[in-house]
Design a protein around this ligand. Sequence first.
Ligand SMILES: [Zn+2]
Ligand SMILES: [Zn+2]
Length: 132
Amino acid sequence: MHEKQILADKKLSITTSRTRILNILLNSKEALSEKEIRGKLNDLHDRATIYRSLKIFTEKGIVHPVVTENLVMKYVIRKEPENHLHFKCTACGKVICMTGIRISSYSLPEGFVQYDSNFLVTGLCRTCNAQA
Ligand SMILES: [Zn+2]
Ligand SMILES: [Zn+2]
């Protein structure tokens, strides 16, 4: 199974919760919050378990977190290239990776150190725009 292979490659122990969470993320086209993941798991696993799994997936580079404008973290399977744009639809709430749009190189002012980046654009997605 794909999920188990990913966990094994990252030297993570294979647990039911990790396998299920990874399966949800692999099958999602959009980034998901911890709450949305919990909903898809039919509340089978508690918040702490999901939180810990997402934290370790992030540390191992399996997923990347996207901070949305209301500060809710959404998680998505890591994609290349690393520096890409994110789009959040203000109507349906979807957060998607736009890997086709690469952020060209930039440099921070002297003394600043980057840990992570998000590059979030908000607006209407194609579906919602068509209905507007
Ligand atoms: Zn939308
Ligand atoms: Zn992304």
